[in-house]
Design a protein around this ligand. Structure first.
Ligand SMILES: [Zn+2]
Ligand SMILES: [Zn+2]
Length: 649
């Protein structure tokens, strides 16, 4: 058989050769270094026979694909270690049954049906057994079996593997991977021996997982692990994990009394507490100011709409499974909880004839919408069932798309810049030229896609173009923002839409006196206020910049006799529009300072005899790391300016 190397060179090899043979043919040192291969764009190990005529690129430990190979082998090693673990407790290793064990981001898991529950406390012991298997450098072997033989092996002994084999399409190759003492039904690919696995891994936790994700099936135990090429990478990841726990918005939300989700009110429905509501109001105020400056008009629309409205828009029945069911009234009228604000805004546009002179028309609303999320999917503020979007719809002519995109980009960059989220990438989703699922004519699409790119170029943004990533109704642009922990969040989607104007048959009168179809642009820089605030809480670890902080200043009188002056300080700050508390509890000064720090209040002003006499305050500025005694009037002036300019700090 012939195979081709990436540089175009051809090699002649015997039938059934593998990537290992290719590496050996190229050279002895490569054969030693090889861990896998890319074969016709697909990840292979050194064991699997190559197809005739394949292009083969040999991988070594330097290649990023190496991670996938050793992470998967590590899942096998873990399964082997779990069997050894139970053998050590006197069980037959056969009693440990295996579900599936795939590679996931940063690591792997394996679903295991064990004779006894496995707890997090067992994981260090299992890790030790894994390290030992790696040290022994056991070679792996791959072989295939005919379907019947494979079934005979597992039938009556292992229901999971039996089912997996039965579900494989007829004619599919059934392969096994074996290392000394352990065999698994597996598609691969793997590293050639356990010694090729870097020993930098950690088992993180055990969780319940239904077999094949169905609640009616048995519950298995899923052991999760993370694995990296180097100790540095592992340590960094574990630090991130620890930091993420500390920053968890659900934990901080409770500690700082920002929001509450109450089972009696309902799952996924957020109750904003007074302090959390300050965040909401400040963000809304920020966005309102920026939008008004940019020619948006604010509207307000109801939380429900007639089912007819959503049938016209197509949101019903096409997205019915992500909506709350319709409400039927006695007189036959049917309503739907609003899953989207767009149809309401389209009807505002359509209320009377429109002229090109009115375009672009930019309608904005902090609109609350409701979506039905499975209860298992709900998560704090980031996955909820009711949320408020900083939504807007721009109705414009096809020629205006670029200008409008530029405007939205400018607004979005302003938002991220103000909040210190400067680390982002931009993705433009365009058509898949091979598909015919798209509405609107091809020429319009091409023009819009070009206009979006031109807008990005003009805004000086780097971007990637993702073919096939457009919605069926128009191209789009996403910002993917990295938070301080390096986690990525998709925010600030801008979406062109040819579909809704068509479905609602809206038009404008052009300069030619003829009716034309406007283009709609959906955009929401925050996305949802709930999710965005969840991300912000974690991004800032609850240490919000002054303008956002729910309580901006705590005044701490040293003793009772300073209460009057403390109240005077409060009154002056409040008169200047700042959010202030005075801590008059009969506690020691240091305890009060500590509590204000735990509540992450940006400024603590301590007042005692000297301050009272001189009309000053002893400032502890936690954001700027400053400590100084300054005249009260000067502090007020300074704080007001920082809030007004929404300083980053
Ligand atoms: Zn496997
Ligand atoms: Zn919309």
């Amino acid at each position: 058989m012939k195979i081709r190397l990436p540089d175009g060179k051809e090699l002649e090899l015997p039938e059934g050769s593998t990537a290992r043979d290719v590496a050996a043919k190229i050279g002895r040192s490569l054969a030693k270094e090889a861990v896998g291969a890319i074969v016709n764009g697909e990840l292979y190990d050194l064991f699997k026979p190559l197809p005739e005529g394949a292009t083969v690129q040999i991988l070594t430990r330097k290649d990023p694909e190496y991670q996938q190979l050793f992470r998967h082998t590590l899942a096998h090693v873990m399964a082997q270690a779990v069997k050894e673990f139970f053998a050590g407790k006197g069980y037959d290793p056969e009693e440990v049954k295996l579900g599936i064990g795939p590679v996931i981001e940063n690591g792997f898991y394996y679903d295991i049906d064990a004779p006894e529950p496995i707890s997090d406390a067992d994981l260090p012991e299992i890790e030790k057994l894994m390290q030992r298997i790696i040290k022994r450098n056991l070679p792996l072997r791959r072989y295939t079996l005919p379907r019947e033989e494979a079934l005979t092996r597992y039938r009556g002994k292992d229901p999971y593997k039996t089912e997996l084999i039965e579900d494989l399409p007829e004619g599919e190759e059934i392969s096994f991977y074996e290392q000394e003492g352990f065999t698994d039904l597996c598609r691969g690919p793997h590293v050639p021996s356990t010694g090729k696995i870097p020993p930098y891994f950690k088992l993180t936790h055990v969780a319940g997982a239904y077999w094949r994700g169905h609640e009616s099936r048995p519950m298995l135990q899923r052991i999760y692990g993370v694995a990296f090429r180097s100790k540095e990478e592992l340590d960094h990841y574990l630090w991130q994990l620890e930091e993420a726990k500390k920053r968890d918005h659900r934990r901080l939300g409770r500690q700082l009394e920002l929001f509450h989700i109450d089972p009696l009110v309902g799952k996924g429905l957020v109750l904003w507490l007074p302090k959390g509501n300050v965040l909401r109001e400040e963000l809304i105020g920020f966005m309102r100011d920026e939008q008004i400056r940019r020619g948006y008009q604010l509207v307000t629309t109801p939380h429900i709409g007639s089912l007819e409205l959503y049938k016209t828009s197509g949101h019903y029945p096409y997205y019915a499974e992500s909506q709350f069911p319709p409400m039927e009234l006695e007189d036959g009228e049917t309503y739907l909880l609003k899953p989207m604000n767009c149809p309401h805004h389209v009807r505002i546009y359509a209320m009377r004839p429109r002229s090109y002179r009115e375009l672009p028309l930019r309608l904005a609303e902090f609109g609350t919408v409701y979506r039905f999320e499975q209860s298992g999917e709900l998560h704090g503020l980031t996955r909820v069932r009711g949320f408020t979007q900083d939504d807007a719809h721009i109705f414009c002519t096809p020629e205006q798309v670029k200008e409008e995109f530029l405007g939205v980009l400018d607004l979005t960059l302003k938002v991220f810049g103000t909040l210190g989220m400067g680390d982002f990438r931009v993705r433009i989703g365009v058509r898949d030229p091979g598909s015919d699922k798209y509405v609107g004519d091809a020429e319009r699409w091409a023009t819009a896609e070009r206009q979006i790119q031109e807008a990005c170029d003009e805004a000086g943004l780097d971007y990637t173009i993702e073919e096939g990533d457009a919605a069926f109704y128009g191209p789009k642009l996403d910002f993917v923002v990295k938070d301080v922990l390096g986690r990525e969040w998709q925010l600030g989607t801008i979406q062109v839409d040819y579909n809704l104007p068509e479905r609602f048959d809206i038009s404008y009168k052009g300069p030619d006196g003829e009716p034309h179809r406007p283009v709609m642009i959906h955009r929401a820089p925050f996305g949802s206020l709930e999710r965005f605030i969840g991300i912000l809480i974690e991004h800032f670890a609850g240490e919000f910049p002054l303008w956002l902080a729910p309580v901006q200043v705590v005044v701490v009188p040293i003793t009772d006799r300073h209460h009057d002056y403390a109240q005077k300080v409060r009154a002056e700050l409040e008169a200047a529009g700042l959010r202030v508390e005075v801590d008059e509890r009969p506690e020691r000064m240091n305890a009060k300072i500590r509590d204000a720090e735990t509540q992450k209040v940006p400024l603590i002003l301590v007042v005692g005899d000297k301050e009272q006499e001189e009309g000053t305050v002893a400032v502890r500025d936690r954001r700027r790391g400053e400590r100084a005694t300054r005249p009260l009037a000067e502090v007020v002036r300074d704080l007001v300016e920082r809030v007004r300019s929404r300083a980053r700090e």
